[in-house]
Design a protein around this ligand. Structure first.
Ligand code: SF4
Ligand code: SF4
Length: 384
């Protein structure tokens, strides 16, 4: 027997022990935002572990479609760390010759790149995926995303100046840095609210797409504001306290420090699977109320289904996101999301569906006007 297979069998025995109390109730599968897009789902992976079916575990692609949100572990009434079991199977596959799906290939290439450079370069990653036979499904959208990444490389955004009184330390991650417009929109919204953002020099890719602890940044001291739910999760796991910049801005708007405005009277919120669904939907609802726009909701799990960011560009849109796009198209409302990866994948899905739906990253939809400026313009109107 090959040493890797022997090691895998020993690891699977240990996994079976960790899963021993599972009685296959299926709550982990119901809680999973990947939902219909998994062939087997977390319950099936646990079942394979209990059965010590090493061969099928090593071939299971679903473990790479897991976004590591942790909902399955939270839902398990028997205390099985389901997300940890999936992570273990991924590690086993990486050590051996397991599944070769786009998600695994993308994660391996990202890990390789991040061990050499601090930031993920999506152009290089895309080219390497293509060399390995994984071509993006939505060619037009992918080309426009590639052109944007190229422009961002040619003209990198300048750093905010760290001189204001109300300075917050901000972690932009690599997705935001590669998107000039979204980066500028985030800063404009923060500045409109009276907040100044400074970035630590070590703010690089958080490492999340690589799913490899070896590429995670070292912990920072103090709370780090993030605009990306993947950064938020990964930094928190690495020991850095984080807070979403989005939540801080809404809290300030609530205190009347500035006025929030929205681009349209209605919108469909979409928080993706990495955000804390209920908390983020509540913050979006509050922002909507403050800005005088109406959030349109179907059922809350539709607004948190996985966009397929970890390989979806190569597999095509997820079923959940396709349903969300249809929901928005029927209501002629844009989709607004606090995750940049989600925005791009939902755009791909809308194009795939030929649906006339705008998709915005939240700072592209909301605008902040300082309270003093609002007061001055009201006074001018009254005088006129
Ligand atoms: S929720 Fe827990 S007990 Fe139920 S199927 Fe999943 S792992 Fe097993
Ligand atoms: S961690 Fe999240 S995405 Fe992964 S299997 Fe569990 S619920 Fe599904």
């Amino acid at each position: 027997m090959a040493p890797v297979a022997e090691q895998s069998r020993a690891a699977v025995e240990a996994l079976a022990e960790r899963c021993r109390s599972c009685y296959q109730c299926g709550r982990c599968r119901s809680a999973c935002p990947q939902g219909l897009d998994l062939a087997d789902g977390p319950r099936a992976v646990v079942r394979l572990a209990i059965a010590q079916d090493t061969e099928r575990l090593l071939a299971c692609e679903d473990v790479w479609r897991c976004s590591e949100c942790g909902a399955c572990t939270e839902a398990c009434p028997m205390g099985v760390d389901v997300a940890g079991v999936l992570a273990e199977v991924r590690a086993m596959q990486r050590a051996g010759d397991g599944a070769r799906c786009p998600e695994r290939t993308g994660a391996d290439l990202a890990a390789h790149q991040l061990k050499r450079r601090p930031t993920l370069n999506s152009l290089t990653l895309g080219l390497r995926m293509a060399v390995r036979g994984f071509l993006p499904r939505g060619r037009l959208t992918t080309m426009s995303l590639g052109a944007r990444a190229l422009r961002a490389q040619v003209r990198r955004p300048s750093r905010p100046v760290a001189s204001a009184d109300d300075l917050k330390v901000f972690y932009p991650g690599c997705a935001l840095r590669m998107d000039r417009e979204a980066y500028a929109a985030t800063r404009t919204l923060a500045i409109g609210s009276g907040m100044r953002l400074a970035e630590p020099d070590e703010a690089r890719c958080c490492g999340h797409p690589a799913r490899d602890p070896a590429v995670a940044p070292p912990p920072f001291t103090g709370t780090m504001l993030t605009a990306c739910p993947a950064c938020e999760r990964t930094l928190a796991a690495a020991g850095t306290p984080t807070a979403p910049v989005w939540g801080v801005l809404v809290e300030r708007a609530r205190r009347g420090e500035y006025q929030l405005e929205a681009r349209s009277a209605r919108f469909v919120p979409y928080v993706g699977c990495l955000s804390d669904r209920d908390a983020t939907l509540a913050v979006m609802a509050e922002a909507a109320e403050l800005a005088g726009t109406e959030p349109l909701l179907a059922h809350s799990s539709l607004h948190a289904t996985c966009c397929g960011a970890l390989g979806g560009a190569y597999r095509g849109p997820t079923r959940g996101v396709t349903e969300l796009v249809r929901f928005a198209a029927e209501r002629h409302a844009p989709i607004v999301t606090p995750c940049l990866l989600c925005r791009d994948n939902v755009r791909l899905a809308a194009r795939h569906e030929r649906a006339d739906v705008d998709v915005h990253f939240w700072p592209e939809f909301f605008r902040a006007t300082p309270a003093a400026a609002v007061g001055a313009s009201r006074e001018a109107e009254e005088r006129a």
